[in-house]
Design a protein. Structure first.
Length: 113
């Protein structure tokens, strides 16, 4: 007697479900980082954005703060500088959202039938 399981369905749906979990996680990280972002003038917080990039075979979710013109100090706030102590907001947001992302991905993969 042979026991077999066809993993084809899982392989076909896994990238789609992983992409959905990734985008949901990016939204979680962004939301948490917005809550944690230090506010002086509000410019740093307002500069935050999520960019989703797809190249056909993979998806990237990029969360960024700052730009080159008005808000060029995002990294100095996150990591500190010679003038000021670090006030991390993006790194802790990633740490907080990591477990939820892993659970979400696991749940989505279990949905495949």
């Amino acid at each position: 007697m042979t026991l077999r399981i066809d993993l084809t369905k899982i392989a076909k749906r896994a990238p789609e479900l992983a992409e959905k979990a990734l985008i949901e996680a990016a939204n979680d990280v962004f939301s948490i980082s917005q809550d944690l972002c230090p506010v002086d003038t509000g410019a740093l917080k307002a500069s935050g954005k999520i960019t989703i990039k797809k190249d056909g075979t993979s998806t990237q979710a990029i969360i960024s703060y700052g730009d080159d013109e008005k808000v060029d100090y995002a990294a100095a706030v996150e990591y500190g500088s010679v003038r000021s102590a670090a006030q991390p907001f993006l790194t802790p947001a990633m740490a907080q959202a990591k477990e939820a992302f892993e659970a979400r991905l696991d749940h989505k993969l279990k949905e495949i039938k």
